[in-house]
Design a protein around this ligand. Structure first.
Ligand code: ADP
Length: 237
């Protein structure tokens, strides 16, 4: 389980996040929803350990910047950062060696097949289109089968086939017990997937919504989102 407690990140006098707390239970999909500048990327980059911040982040009780915790975390950044001198196949082998994976070849082939990269294994990172780079970045992050996966705006730049594969994978990963945190500013892109949505604005969590709450109350996530982010009935969820 991922636990974020009182996460605050300041840039000068600006609060990128302020006192953000939430938990990700195992086997769940949580969406981090908020307009641009809400603090979503800052939360994800803090959890993965790229930023300095105030607060506590733990993974199964382990400090998130420990080696043991890092093995449990996977991160798919908004903008893929690949190695220009490695081919698609070499990227996957590099990850396999870095994580000392032994039984990975079948899963590697499955991932490359699903994201239509099987015929591109000899292409270099910088020979790939932006969408293909994003797909390879996803394959690299998934290969070690992390228990907790953080996706920062994952649908951007993907074609419809890749979006479908990714959504199917989200459901499969959840069924396998993983917990996923998916940041987005586009409500439609996560529609049927989520179990819980955390709505952020101005660096703060404005509401946490369970799918059951929304279904029982007969309201749409979109209506809730706008009522909260446009300050109509803030905090009533
Ligand atoms: P989101 O991912 O929701 O679009 P971010 O987490 O990227 O939001 O940004 C939250 C706030 O922090 C914004 O006001 C943004 O301008 C600010 N911010 C993010 N990164 C930096 C940075 N490196 N330096 C200064 N301010 C930053």
């Amino acid at each position: 389980m991922l636990k974020v407690e009182h996460l605050t990140k300041k840039y000068g006098k600006v609060f990128a996040t302020r006192d953000v707390s939430f938990e990700l239970p195992d086997g769940s999909i949580t969406v981090l929803l908020g307009p641009n500048g809400a603090g979503k990327s800052t939360v994800i980059k803090s959890v993965i350990g790229f930023l300095k911040y105030e607060g506590i982040v733990t993974v199964n009780g382990l400090y998130n910047k420990s080696v043991e915790a890092k093995r449990l975390l996977g991160y798919i950044p908004e903008l893929p950062s690949l190695y220009p001198n490695l081919t698609v196949g070499e990227h996957m082998e590099f990850i396999a060696r870095a994580y000392r994976l032994t039984d990975y070849k079948a899963y590697k082939d499955e991932l490359l097949e699903r994201f239509e990269l099987s015929d591109k294994v000899k292409k270099f990172g910088d020979e790939l289109s932006k969408g293909m780079q994003q797909k390879l970045s996803i394959c690299c992050a998934l290969l070690p089968k992390p228990q907790i996966m953080l996706f920062d705006e994952p649908m951007i730049g993907l074609d419809p086939h890749a979006i479908k594969e990714l959504k199917d994978l989200f459901a499969e990963l959840r069924a396998g017990g993983a917990s996923l945190l998916i940041s987005t500013h586009m409500i439609d892109s996560v529609d049927m997937l989520w179990d819980r949505t955390i709505i952020m604005k101005d660096g703060e969590v404005k509401a946490e919504v369970d799918r059951r709450d929304v279904e029982e109350r007969g309201v749409s996530l979109e209506d809730l989102f706008f009522s909260i982010t446009e300050n109509k009935t803030e905090g009533t969820v």
